[in-house]
Design a protein around this ligand. Structure first.
Ligand code: NAP
Length: 351
């Protein structure tokens, strides 16, 4: 029998927090949400913010003290903005690291191993740099074994997941070289629940808007991962674009490979690499697209070799699910193998 797991979700009014609640709900009685925290909406029903959960949960947002969260929870998900996340989660981690409890963070605060690199890309001095060596990067397609026993998971970024999955098979194969070029489009939910100048509907609904060009904070975590996977590349040229959709990322990744492979050869490499990866679909007969993975933890990926011999990969995923909450919940499933989370296996809708 599965043991009841008590979960707190910090930053639960946000889009990431809402997706964690949605996915965990599908685990039924195996999981009890003890705290869905918010500083601004304590006492408000969760379903007021996350309308998909109305008449599904009568949970209310709350704003308990850290001691209460620690006492009541077996698992703590952080869905807080980077910068503030480490301030909240580091003291919680200090308290849980020698217990059976687990922290899974969706923010960028524990993804990078080097505090100087964090400062450079996040423009913020890390409050607890020593913890960067202790966090496990929550990419199941690379770190599954380390995730099983981790106490602090740094769940990868949304864009980063699309780049990681596009490059990992050739990085591990030892044939990735040069500076990969990435252009990726994302939906508006990637910017969080609060409307900002660059994410407000009228300013982005009818346009394709590049932003943080060659300067997006997800680049260093991808470089770090492909280096750990055995590649010598030290940069990635990345152009992110806001697209007029709500959910989804479509990435176009072009990279040099050091062996004269044909498309069939790289398809074999990707199929083999992802053979045991439940959520990765390697496509060879159609293009990846956002509609077929929206709301799901699945990823569509299509590798090819261009006539000039370069690697060309298209990758589609849902930024809030495999690119965020879904991947974080997937990590929990890896740590608790007897736990069934049907929401992760939901195939989505079509059309
Ligand atoms: N959106 C995505 O597609 C996506 C994908 C992967 C990873 N992520 C990462 O996941 C995290 C959450 O993203 P999101 O899109 O869910 O953001 P969001 O919609 O802006 O929600 C953030 C939540 O954190 C709370 N909060 C804000 N500042 C806080 C602070 N200093 N201390 C405590 N609580 C604070 C807010 O609620 P109150 O103000 O009511 O407390 C809010 O509920 C971010 O680090 C983001 O980078 C997001």
């Amino acid at each position: 029998m599965t043991q009841l797991i008590r979960v707190s979700v910090l930053g639960a009014t946000g889009y990431g927090g809402g997706e964690i609640l949605r996915l965990l709900h599908t685990a039924g009685d195996a999981i009890r949400i003890v705290h869905a925290t918010s500083r601004s909406k304590a006492g408000t029903p969760v379903s007021k913010m996350h309308r998909n959960l109305s008449q599904i949960t009568d949970l209310q947002f709350s704003n308990p003290a850290a001691e209460q969260i620690l006492a009541d929870s077996d698992v703590i998900f952080g869905a807080l903005p980077h910068g503030g996340a480490a301030d909240v989660l580091a003291p919680l981690y200090d308290a849980v690291k020698s217990t059976d409890k687990i922290i899974i963070d969706l923010s960028g605060d524990f993804r990078l191993r080097d505090a100087d690199v964090y400062k450079e890309w996040y423009d913020h001095t890390h409050p607890r740099p020593e913890l960067l060596q202790e966090a496990v990067y929550g990419c199941p397609e690379f770190n599954r074994e380390r995730i099983r026993t981790a106490k602090l998971i740094a769940s990868p970024g949304c864009f980063a997941t699309s780049i990681n999955l596009s490059l990992l098979p050739v990085a591990v194969e030892g044939i990735l070289s040069g500076v990969p070029q990435v252009v990726a489009m994302t939906g508006s939910s990637g910017s969080g629940a609060d409307a900002k100048e660059g994410t407000h509907h009228p300013t982005r609904a009818q346009t394709l808007r590049p932003y943080k060009v060659l300067d997006h904070q997800h680049v260093p975590e991808c470089v770090q991962l492909v280096q750990l996977a055995g590649s010598r590349i030290d940069s990635i040229s990345f152009t992110p674009i806001s697209a007029p959709i709500v959910r989804g990322i479509l990435a176009v990744v072009v990279a040099d490979i050091s062996t004269a492979y044909k498309t069939k050869d790289v398809q074999d490499i990707y199929r083999k690499y992802f053979a045991d990866s439940r959520y990765i679909k390697v496509l060879t007969d159609r293009e990846p697209e956002c509609a077929s993975i929206a709301g799901t933890n699945f990823v569509e990926i299509r590798p090819r070799v261009t006539p000039e011999g370069r690697l060309h990969v298209l990758c589609a995923l849902d930024n809030l699910v495999k690119g965020g909450a879904g991947q974080a919940v997937e990590c929990l499933g890896i740590m608790k193998p007897s736990l069934k989370i049907p929401g992760l296996d939901w195939p989505g809708t079509w059309p």
